[in-house]
Design a protein. Sequence first.
Length: 418
Amino acid sequence: MRPASIHSRSSSSSSSSAFSFGNEEKPISPSGSSGSSAFFSKLTSTVRDTRSKVEAKKTELNATMQEKLPEWKSRSVMYGNIARETGIEWGRRGKVAVERWKKEPLTSPSTPHLEHSVFGLSLSLAVSRTRIDPEDPVPAVFRRCVEYVDKHGIMEVGIYRISGSTSTVNGLRTLFEDGSDVDLEVTQPDPHAVGALLKMYLRELPDPIIPTDLAHEYSQVISEAIRTQEDVGKDTLSLTPALLKTMRNMTASLPRDSFHLLRLLCAHLRRISAQAATNRMTTSNLALIFIPTLGIGRHLFYCMVENPSLWDTSSSEIPPTPSTPPTPSSPSTPAGPVLTPPPLPQKPLHIKLHCSPSATTKPLPISTNPPPKPSRSPHHTKKGSPPISCSPPDRVWKRTHGTKVNAIGRQFETLMHN
């Protein structure tokens, strides 16, 4: 029996040795267990020491804060008082600076350049420094704007209502800024920009065109006339001969420069309203634009624009002066409610910019017989009917007919047909 057991033990050991891979765990020795116990005990003591040190530092910091807290509070109150006093002082200095700034524009040495600027200059000084002719009673910028709009803009739809390009208006202002006389026929700007320049000049006048006391007298006379009339409505003014004479005498008492500027402006606006069927600018539409600019009442504006006899100087002390001095480029037109508009521009802007001077002057003498009636604005031509042709194209700077190439082609066709 023992040999069999021995054989079986040997076979089992051989089989176990056959399937072993050398990774069998070794038994832990007593010396290894004692090392790990020493390590853990050392780690525990280190953590305990660190915790005790942290607690001690925390206690020390709390004691320091309790000791320093009253001092910090006192410093905070001190700095807050200093900041409050400093803020009050700077506020007082700011108020003083603002008050001084409000008073400085009247006596500041940085404003003498305005003496050489037409815009914002008193009307009398502007007339004496910039008049075109020694006998011309209006400034050059106002005269040039009226002449140009009379010639090129009287048939424009919405003239004085549509504003021109801001850059163009600023450029024109720069040309007239130093009191120079600029011939607008050379540059040929957009009539709407010239109209905006005229309104800008009137708005920047330092004194009202009609003195305050005289404007008050106008208002009283008109209010009394409206209150006493019976045949018309309460909001309508009936200009009787007696009222017209009274207002003519009051108009004659205007300052000389204001009188001539208003007479020229009213005659100009009367010519524009006479073409209201084309330009859509009736007297009522013009009143919406110029009443705020001139600072006058609605009834007075209507009376000045629609009654040329109000400006009759035959019985006044103001010497008669022609509303438009004779110049080769702008023939004088009689004052009246209905006037024939001036001729259309001779040189379109795009032809002038893209052609030589000799080429731009060739089309001018070709058309010697202009049509009896000026061409209507392109916005009001009937559908299906070609626009009325004149010697040059109709106000091509607005580009309402298409591109520049198309406009040049139409001009060439017009010249060939003529």
